[in-house]
Design a protein around this ligand. Sequence first.
Ligand code: ZN
Length: 138
Amino acid sequence: MAAAKPKRTPEEIKARRKLERAIRRKLPDALHCSFCGKSQVEVEKLIAGPFVFICNECVAMCNDVIAARPIPDNGYTKPLERPTEQLLSLMGSVNYAADASRDFLQQVVDTLRSREVSWADIGQTLGVSRQSAWERFS
Ligand SMILES: [Zn+2]
């Protein structure tokens, strides 16, 4: 019951390849808003950030929050209440975000270590022991 691959314009194919080169990771077939869980085919625009995506509808909601305006009821469906096929498709985006975030965390730790930050300080920041930080990231 795998979800059908969305049809892509040449511009989307080019943008995906560019993003995949930048993040050195293959994107899932379907991309989803990290805030509401809607797929790229359900929204007008999906904006890529580092390991996350946000749709035009969530940007509009954020603008309402920032402006202290009442938030309209846009028929939001909690991601886990979506039909099975949509949830299967969403799983690819969630897996991508989790893997990419884990890789980025490793890069942050590697950078801190190259700056001679101690395992004790890294562990303390992460709420784990020096030994646990070393075992997880070295
Ligand atoms: Zn959204």
